[in-house]
Design a protein around this ligand. Structure first.
Ligand code: NAP
Length: 424
């Protein structure tokens, strides 16, 4: 029996699915010891810091992650940072293979004037803020204006717009960060405009997310019926199934009886943002009608761009156009990459499963004789490593703290608080 050591960097969905694929590839001839290294004191990546808190079902995949983590040969090393506590070169030296699964944490930029004004930010800041990511807990989000504009027509834009337009009491039974619920409770925003540069037929939303909108109990959801009927005409007869489902869901929204709640979420199509204006902070967004010359502006105090992500680079790893340079997941030598760092920010959580399985097959096909010496334990010099045992303590403490409040968990926010819960 040959026993190989694999280090996976990043404890998000892609990392766990890579570990699972290796566990499935184990046989009487080969086995794996898997060390998962994570920068934060908590694992689960986007499932903890990205998925919208009002989508608890999507988070149940964490049960799968915990099963993987409790399988023989798996160890978690959280609160350990590549580049600070250890280097990629050290890992490559000690392990038979190293898998990068660090996702895409940086929000893409529009590249228009005014984008850096206070009050303009990326979903890559806003989403982890409301999800209690320790690095974003102190972000000052200005919710004092009447109108917010969200730019982008994907599911992240939809999550962001929904979070801003919800009646905050709807977040009470969720695991939204306490600081975010408090801020949203005193928010003055009553009008959220989600703005797409192309037409409804090209929107990147998925139909289940659109179908959910009419269920919002305290928010008017507005789409212009003419926008949708024009899109249906443009899309023609020969239309893709997903586009048809989207347009059907949008037709239902556009044709539904108007409601008169205090809060409104309006969809705007065919509007390209060209400038964000304001004196010291965001005051308006200027748009150009896509494909035309007409310009118009929307007065607002907050602009959130949700137009895609790119990978934040790590030293010692080659990057190009927001991704790790790779060939089918192989970077070079014993270095591999999975998930959004490999293929860019697309697909749902489950997409990472088949993707990681393919890359792990390739990895196994390239293994040589197992390396004998060393592992990550020899490299880490601090004593605040969150192992699986510590994480289970943190997890149980958060769930217990949420229980009397009717929440699935009450998230600890700072690194110190998290380490305390893990008795570290
Ligand atoms: P996305 O689906 O790729 O959508 C990005 C949006 O940004 C597109 O509408 C795109 O429009 C627009 N955009 C890009 N550059 C722009 C620019 N310069 N100006 C204006 N608009 C611009 O990305 P995402 O929303 O970040 O989501 C990432 C992935 O996660 C997706 O696969 C998504 O489905 C998934 N996700 C799923 C869920 C869920 O299942 N509930 C929740 C969140 C995210 P163009 O098409 O015109 O480029």
């Amino acid at each position: 029996m040959k026993k190989y050591k694999v280090a996976i960097v990043g404890a998000g969905p892609a990392g766990y699915f890579a570990a699972q694929a290796l566990q499935n590839l184990a046989s009487e001839e080969l086995s794996f010891s898997i060390d998962m290294i994570e920068r934060l004191p908590t694992p689960w990546g986007l499932v903890r810091s990205g998925v919208a808190p009002d989508h608890p079902k999507i988070k149940t995949v964490s049960k799968v992650f915990e099963k993987i983590a409790n399988s023989e040969g798996f160890r978690l090393f959280a609160n350990v940072e590549l580049g600070t506590d250890l280097t990629i070169e050290q890992l490559r030296e000690m392990y038979d293979a190293v898998v990068i699964a660090t996702g895409s944490a940086k929000g893409k930029k529009l590249g228009i004037p005014g984008e850096d004004l206070p009050g303009s930010m990326s979903a890559a800041t806003f989403v982890p803020w409301y999800n209690a990511h320790p690095d974003f807990k102190d972000e000052a989000i200005d919710l004092s204006s009447h109108t917010a504009v969200v730019i982008g027509a994907g599911n992240v834009a939809m999550d962001v717009a929904r979070m801003l337009a919800l009646e905050p009491s709807e977040l009470d039974p969720t695991d939204t960060a306490d600081h975010a619920i408090e801020a949203l409770r005193s928010s003055s925003i009553r009008n959220v405009v989600l703005s797409a540069r192309r037409g409804p037929e090209h929107a990147a939303f998925t139909a289940p997310e659109l179908r959910e909108l009419p269920k919002l109990e305290h928010t008017n959801v507005v789409m212009n019926p003419e926008d949708i009927s024009a899109a249906i005409l443009r899309a023609g007869e020969d239309i893709e199934k997903d586009t048809k489902s989207n347009l059907d869901a949008m037709t239902l929204i556009a044709e539904s009886e108007p409601t008169s709640h205090d809060r409104t979420l309006t969809f705007q199509f065919l509007a390209t943002p060209i400038e964000i204006k304001g004196n010291g902070k965001v005051e308006e967004v200027v748009f150009q009608r896509t494909g035309g010359d007409e310009t118009f502006s929307i007065k607002c105090g907050l602009v959130i761009t949700a137009i895609g992500y790119e990978a934040a680079s790590l030293e010692g790893i080659p990057y190009e156009r927001g991704k790790v340079v790779n060939n089918e997941g192989h970077v070079d030598g014993n270095l591999f990459v999975v998930g959004w760092a490999k293929r860019g920010p697309s697909g749902v959580i489950g997409t990472n499963k088949s993707d990681a399985a393919d890359v792990m097959k390739l990895l196994v096909s390239q293994l040589e004789e197992p390396k004998k010496s060393g592992d990550v334990v020899e490299l880490i010099t601090h004593n605040k490593v969150v192992t699986q045992m510590h994480w289970e303590q943190i997890n149980a403490a958060e769930v217990a703290a949420g229980e009397p409040l009717g929440k699935p968990r009450r998230k600890a926010v700072s690194r110190e608080e998290l380490l305390n819960l893990g008795a570290l």
